[in-house]
Write a protein of this length. Structure first.
Length: 279
């Protein structure tokens, strides 16, 4: 059964995967980028193609989600993590997922003003263009030749779409700002949620948690990227890698966004930002 790690891009999903992959897929909590491969991106073009889905046909993708997830769940493992930036939506009448395939959702959110700053750098594009993207329905990879499209929606739509699982007792909301302020407390909360959700008997290992938190300190991840590179980093127009691990801070927007951009984001995302105490 799937536990979704759902987020809009640049909201802390990589930090979440770094911790969970180290906790569940390493013996002693030692982190490496290789561990992240245990938590795959969804949807994944290779997987859909392997099952005969035309990944450039949005209708084919939409009607295939449940079949692909049933295939993933055939191994009968008690749970598996999947990372997604998709909104939880119905497309052409077909749902992105269902309760038969979903065990739960860990939903990571971040102040959209900080998302804009981080995403602009990640995509090597202007703050203005990035603001336009998060404020409207957006399909990531819609025109890419080598990637399948992912329907993210706007930042607000993406956030609201996953809250439907809150009524099912299968949902945990984690704010990026809370996570970086007290990693130990919040990662313990996440492990307890997973333990209760899966009815597993794994121990909450405080010693391992502390080791992992040392391993995934932001400065250490930056140095590891400098040393080894990082597959998820994009390239600029010259073919050079754009640094993935850049600052990892909250409230960076205060020194990066002018008032017009701030107003645009706050207007488009007002209700959600109020709900999350960002305003």
């Amino acid at each position: 059964m799937i536990i979704w790690l759902a987020s809009y891009p640049k909201s802390g999903n990589t930090l979440m995967r770094s911790f969970l992959s180290s906790y569940f897929f390493s013996k002693d909590g030692t982190f490496s980028f290789e561990l992240l491969k245990n938590i795959k991106q969804y949807p994944n073009g290779d997987l859909f193609t392997r099952l005969g889905v035309n990944i450039k046909d949005p209708h084919e993708i939409a009607k295939s989600h449940i079949r692909v997830q049933e295939f993933l769940n055939k191994d009968k493992k008690s749970f598996k993590f999947l990372k997604t930036h998709s909104s939880f939506v119905k497309m052409d009448g077909f749902s992105f997922t269902d309760l038969a395939n979903t065990l739960g959702v860990i939903h990571i959110v971040r102040d959209p003003r900080d998302v804009v700053v981080s995403l602009a750098h990640h995509n090597n594009q202007s703050i203005e263009k990035t603001t336009e993207i998060i404020n409207r329905d957006f399909v990531m990879g819609a025109h890419a030749k080598d990637r399948m499209p992912i329907y993210m929606g706007s930042w607000s739509h993406n956030y609201n779409s996953w809250k439907v699982f809150n009524n099912k007792g299968k949902y945990l909301l984690i704010k990026f700002e809370d996570l970086i302020q007290d990693k130990e407390e919040n990662f313990k909360k996440i492990l307890i949620f997973i333990k209760n959700l899966t009815k597993s008997n794994f121990e909450i290992d405080d010693k391992k948690i502390k080791k992992i938190l040392q391993e995934i300190e932001f400065e250490k991840l930056k140095k590891l990227e400098e040393k080894e590179g990082f597959d998820e980093a994009k390239t600029d127009e010259k073919g050079d890698k754009i640094r993935f691990f850049r600052e990892g801070k909250s409230n960076n927007w205060k020194s990066k966004l002018d008032m017009n951009i701030q107003d645009s984001i706050e207007s488009a995302c007002y209700n959600e930002m109020k709900e999350l105490c960002y305003l």
